[in-house]
Design a protein around this ligand. Sequence first.
Ligand SMILES: [Zn+2]
Length: 242
Amino acid sequence: MAGVLDDAEISRVLSITAHPDDVDFGSAGTIARWTGAGIEVVYCVVTDGDAGGFDEGFPRAEMAALRRAEQVAAAKCVGVDEVRFLGYPDGRVEATLDLRRDLARVIRQVRPDRVLCPSPERNYTRIGISHPDHRAVGSAALDAVYPDARNPFAFPELRDRESLRAWTVREVWIAGGPDPNRYVDVTETFPAKIAALRAHESQTGHMADLTERLRSRLARTAQLAGLADGRLAEGFRVLDTG
Ligand SMILES: [Zn+2]
């Protein structure tokens, strides 16, 4: 496909998600392949997932810290050492100018070749994947890629007060959208993806069938990709943004 970069051209990837666990459900198999190939991956998680969990007896005030720790542990399962949290309130994220500036700041600091983010579009095949926070973060992340991070005159305080120079992200991978155009075979990294998901104990501890549920979902994606029976895949919409 024209305009899409080979992994060999990529040094750094920034994953932007709304909640702890989003990157693991959507993309951890692909992330493990990237880190295995020597690509540095940084996670930026917009909320602490403080509205998550299922145990009503667990103190709500402690949920944010627990979920941050779970995401850091999950990241290590797929070779990611750096996780940044922006601390927005779970369930109330909007694609505001503040969020765009905060994401543009992280992009200018990390200087990634590729950004991975959720889709701003609603996917009618699976309601959970189009959580309003996911759509808001997807919209703000794309705006941060273009124009905010690359335009030196956008959010001038980033340049004037923080000495952050403009940065052009060359490629965006959108997870969870309605129209994927790129599939990654994650059969070999599936165990690492499951380990990462199991690290989110507060979210997946009650899912006895997690492995089988994920295996059948990723097998369906592999079928769409035209891969052989028994293979597993994650799907993305890849944009050339250079
Ligand atoms: Zn989520």
